[in-house]
Design a protein around this ligand. Structure first.
Ligand code: HEM
Length: 421
């Protein structure tokens, strides 16, 4: 069992441009966003999987933390919420109580189950079936309006627009104001100083507008018979109807962010993956019935959330390392999804992969993504409609990636759809 050495407290640097195989292990801080934005993260994940699969980083400006790299170790953690707690937060940044919103993704049993139960009906199979027609209609409208023979940003015109429309549908949110939902989602995950907001205080002020808007919708729906949109479910649910305002806002943000960034980045990531793997794109053209398994492969390949954090409740051991009560651990799904002890040929994008759903992009255990079937359905419908219309969506320039080690995604993906004669 290895104990952690005395902490080196010099702040870590970006790893961009460094050699993943010779960088000293104690200088590897995976949570620094640099390598994620520069798309240089994969070899660093492979290095840690090989040389130090439960790795301690003492030098992060965000405080010391463990990186858990292997599929089986992450499964062990996910199956033991009594040891590895989701409280107080699932991101690496420690909570500042006045800017922290309670939400069930960051709660342990029994409160977690009570709140999850109240809203999960919105993604129950019967409700998804009801939504399918509406999603298809919205997908068709978006695809039919796309420009032909000219370069455009797929992220804006398709990925963002489609997921924004979906969110508005789930909340039965006024359609003309739907862009506010995406804006709030972006603010909720923004890093101060990286463009959108300058400080957490500013972000919090903006989210208060979100609370005010939703509180009004809540009042209206609470006064009516229960409906099957998310706000009505929260307003009438036994475990949620007396929620304090901060908790209401927290769970709203969870549902907005959960259903937004992740699906958006899978929509973009799929187009990119097919362009980088033309033989797989050809397989899809030859056999569109592969779409359901392709969707799972896209979600594995993209891994839209690179990690989730847990906090040790008690002293314990993982992968031969001694973890102390109170330590933070990041479960790197982005690494587990490339772990060849769990997944065959993990560095290949294979749209007809057997057991394609066996990835960890949705997590595992009691917190496994509540919206996983909805996300898969959206992507399936999108690719069915794309396949009916376009022979090829061609990526014609470098994608621009988000500056974050948590949300893995794109701000730009230049593409052209050529009209067929
Ligand atoms: C939880 C990923 C789409 C709602 C999670 C977790 C992950 C995740 C990794 C945490 C799992 C854990 O801690 O073990 C994704 C990905 C998506 C996606 C990759 C798309 C490709 C959605 C959608 C919704 C949603 C469309 C909308 C309903 C949630 C909620 C939770 C959650 C409410 C918290 C579950 C809990 O704590 O019990 N998701 N998600 N997600 N997701 Fe998703």
């Amino acid at each position: 069992m290895n104990d952690v050495k005395a902490a080196d407290t010099r702040p870590s640097r970006s790893l961009v441009g460094r050699d993943p195989w010779t960088t000293p292990l104690d200088e590897i801080d995976l949570a620094h966003p640099g390598i994620w934005q520069a798309n240089e993260f994969l070899p660093f994940l492979a290095r840690l999987r090989r040389d130090d699969p439960v790795h301690y980083c003492a030098t992060s400006p965000l405080g010391p933390y463990w990186s858990v790299m292997k599929y089986k170790d992450i499964m062990t953690m996910e199956a033991a919420p009594h040891i590895f707690s989701s409280e107080p937060t699932i991101g690496i940044v420690d909570v500042i109580p006045e800017f922290t919103l309670p939400m069930f993704i960051a709660m342990d049993p029994p409160k977690h189950e009570e709140q999850r139960k109240t809203v999960q009906g919105v993604v129950a199979p019967a409700n998804l079936k009801n939504l399918e027609g509406l999603i298809r209609e919205r997908v068709i409208n978006i695809l039919e309006a796309l420009p032909r023979d000219e370069t455009f940003n797929w992220v804006d015109l398709v990925s963002r627009d489609l997921t924004t429309q979906m969110l508005a549908t789930l909340f039965d949110f006024p359609f003309e104001d739907r862009h506010k939902l995406t804006y709030w989602s972006d603010v909720a995950t923004a890093i101060p100083g990286a463009g959108l907001i300058d400080s957490y205080e500013e972000g919090f002020e903006i989210l208060k507008e979100c609370l005010a808007y939703f509180s009004q919708l809540w009042q209206e729906r609470a006064g009516k018979a229960p409906g099957d949109d998310l706000i009505s479910m929260l307003a009438h649910g036994e475990a949620t109807r007396n929620m304090p305002p901060r908790e209401f806002l927290g769970n709203l943000i969870l549902l907005i962010v959960g259903g937004n960034d992740t699906t958006r980045n899978s929509i973009s990531g799929g187009v990119l993956a097919l362009n980088e793997n033309p033989e797989e794109y050809q397989k899809l053209r030859d056999n569109p019935s592969l779409i359901p398994s392709m969707v799972s492969e896209i979600i594995r390949w993209q891994t839209p959330l690179a990690y989730m954090r847990r906090t040790a409740k008690v002293d314990t051991e993982l992968g031969g390392k001694h973890i102390r009560a109170g330590d933070k651990l990041l479960m790197w799904y982005a690494s587990a999804n490339r772990d060849d002890d769990a997944i065959d040929n993990p560095d290949q994008f294979i749209i007809d992969r057997p057991r394609a759903r066996q990835h960890l992009s949705f997590g595992f255990g009691i917190h496994r993504c509540m919206g996983n079937r909805l996300a898969e359905m959206q992507l399936r419908i999108l690719w069915e409609e794309i396949s009916r219309r376009f022979d090829e969506i061609e990526v014609v320039g470098e994608p621009a990636r988000i500056y974050s080690s948590f949300v893995k995604g794109y701000t730009e993906l230049p593409v052209i759809i050529r009209s067929s004669d």
